[in-house]
Design a protein around this ligand. Structure first.
Ligand code: HEC
Length: 125
C-alpha cells in the first residue's frame, strides 16, 4: 500500500479530513478584549459599580449603559460618555450620586486597559 492510499484510507475511515459538515469551532462568547476588560472592571470599578441593572453599590449600575449613555450629555455618544466618565469623572454627575469616582483612574490604567474596560462596560446588557 502506498503512502497516498494509506492517507486516503485514514481519511475515509476516520472521517478526519473535514469538508463533510464537521462542526466548526464554536464562536467564543467573549473576545479577548472583553475578557481583559472584565478583569480591569473587577479590579478598578466593581467595588462601586454593579453589572446587574437593579443593584446600586456606590455608583450607578452600568448594565445598559451602551443604550442609556448616549442620552446623558449633549453631543456625547455612549462610548465617548463612558471614556469621559473615567477620564474626567467630575465633569458630569449622575443625578442622585456624589462626586465619588476616583479622579486618578485615567492615570492608573494603561491605554489598553482603558479601551478594554470601556468595551466591556458597553457590552453589559
Ligand atoms: C469609588 C467608587 C467608584 C469607582 C471605583 C468607579 N466609579 Fe464610576 N461612578 C461612581 C459614582 C459615585 C458615579 C456617579 C457620579 C458620577 O456621575 O460621577 C459613577 C459614574 C460612572 C459612570 C456614569 C454612569 C451613568 O449611569 O451615567 C460610568 C460610565 C462609570 N462610573 C464608569 C466607571 C468605570 C468604568 C470604572 C472603573 C474604571 C469606575 N466607574 C470606577 C463611583 C465609582
Amino acid at each position: 500500500m502506498s503512502i497516498l492510499s494509506l492517507i486516503l484510507f485514514a481519511c475515509l475511515g476516520l472521517g478526519a479530513c473535514g469538508g463533510k459538515g464537521e462542526p466548526i469551532a464554536p464562536t467564543p462568547t467573549s473576545s479577548p478584549e472583553l475578557t481583559a476588560g472584565k478583569q480591569v472592571f473587577v479590579a478598578h470599578c466593581g467595588a462601586c459599580h454593579s453589572t446587574s441593572p437593579d443593584t446600586v453599590i456606590v455608583g450607578p449600575p452600568l448594565a445598559g449603559i451602551a443604550q442609556r449613555g448616549g442620552g446623558r450629555v449633549d453631543g456625547l455618544d455612549a462610548r465617548t460618555y463612558v471614556y469621559t466618565s473615567i477620564m474626567r469623572p467630575g465633569d458630569y454627575l449622575v443625578e442622585g450620586f456624589g462626586d465619588l469616582m476616583p479622579a486618578d483612574l485615567a492615570k492608573k490604567l494603561t491605554g489598553e486597559e482603558l479601551d478594554s474596560v470601556v468595551a466591556y462596560v458597553l457590552s453589559l446588557k
